[in-house]
Design a protein around this ligand. Structure first.
Ligand SMILES: Nc1ncnc2c1ncn2[C@@H]1O[C@H](COP(=O)(O)OP(=O)(O)OP(=O)(O)O)[C@@H](O)[C@H]1O
Ligand SMILES: [Mg+2]
Length: 235
């Protein structure tokens, strides 16, 4: 695996056409950490992940991986630096089997997980190797989407609401996987609406509102900050 570096986002602004979605995002994720972006619908969480991945054209500010500036780089370059994005809509190939989905993505960095590694981490997928993407449950699709990016050798994972719409038992399994990825030294930037889920995994939480970070809560302070967090997230 390539050595992961710290991800630092400074004064990041981003626009869709004339409409500004990010207004000076500032946060960092040290290598090996799990960090969440929390916040209400439309706060700018997805836009932040897409900006890091180079998928938003109009933006200013800094996105650094270690000492390297990525803000003006193209998605292909950023992927080769070991950053991978798992969108909310998951982006697996519906007509292809589990095995085909796992062998198709290009290896972008050395040290991608082998199929054996993947199936040890996702036993459910091992049982469904020949099944088409469309035949998988929502939970299996989400696991496949994460498994695909692990194949590429990525060390920094940007996960957008991986538990959305999934049954509690599947949510728990996804939590276990993220915990194991952290043990392996991977870095995870996680967008979540399910705070109970996120709070068990994360080293730190950033609260996003109107395209900026309005609060930072370390894992150790979660219990004491619960009413504040609920207030941020309530609709
Ligand atoms: N493709 C787009 N074109 C124009 N505006 C967009 C587009 N995508 C998002 N926006 C706007 O940018 C802002 C931030 O949206 P974003 O999707 O980043 O929020 P989010 O925090 O991920 O919300 P959610 O919890 O609903 O996923 C919102 O005001 C949204 O309406
Ligand atoms: Mg979103």
């Amino acid at each position: 695996m390539t050595e992961a570096a710290d991800l630092t986002v400074s004064n990041l602004n981003a626009w869709y056409g004339e409409s500004q979605a990010l207004h000076g995002m500032d946060f960092n994720v040290r290598r090996g950490e799990v960090v969440t972006l929390l916040g209400r619908n439309g706060a700018g969480k997805t836009t932040t992940l897409r900006s890091i991945m180079g998928l938003i054209k109009r933006k200013t500010g800094e996105i650094r991986l270690g000492d390297e500036e990525l803000q003006k780089r193209l998605p292909e370059y950023i992927a080769r630096r070991g950053v991978a994005y798992c969108p909310e809509e998951r982006g697996i190939f519906a007509s292809l089997s589990v095995d085909e989905n796992l062998t198709l993505p290009p290896v972008v960095a050395p040290g991608g997980m082998s199929l054996d590694d993947i199936f040890a981490l996702f036993p459910n997928l091992a049982e469904r190797r020949g099944s088409q993407g469309t035949k998988l449950s929502g939970g299996e699709q989400q696991m496949l989407a994460i498994a695909r990016i692990l194949r590429t050798g990525a060390t920094i994972l940007l996960l957008d609401e991986p538990t959305e719409g999934l049954a509690p038992v599947i949510v728990k399994q996804i939590g276990q996987v993220i915990g194991k990825l952290k043990e392996r030294g991977l870095t995870v930037l996680l967008v979540e609406q399910n705070f109970r889920f996120a709070s068990k995994l994360a080293d730190r939480h950033y609260v996003v509102e109107h395209g900026r970070i309005i609060d930072t809560i370390d894992a150790a302070d979660v219990a004491a900050s619960m009413s504040r967090i609920e207030n941020y997230l309530k609709v």
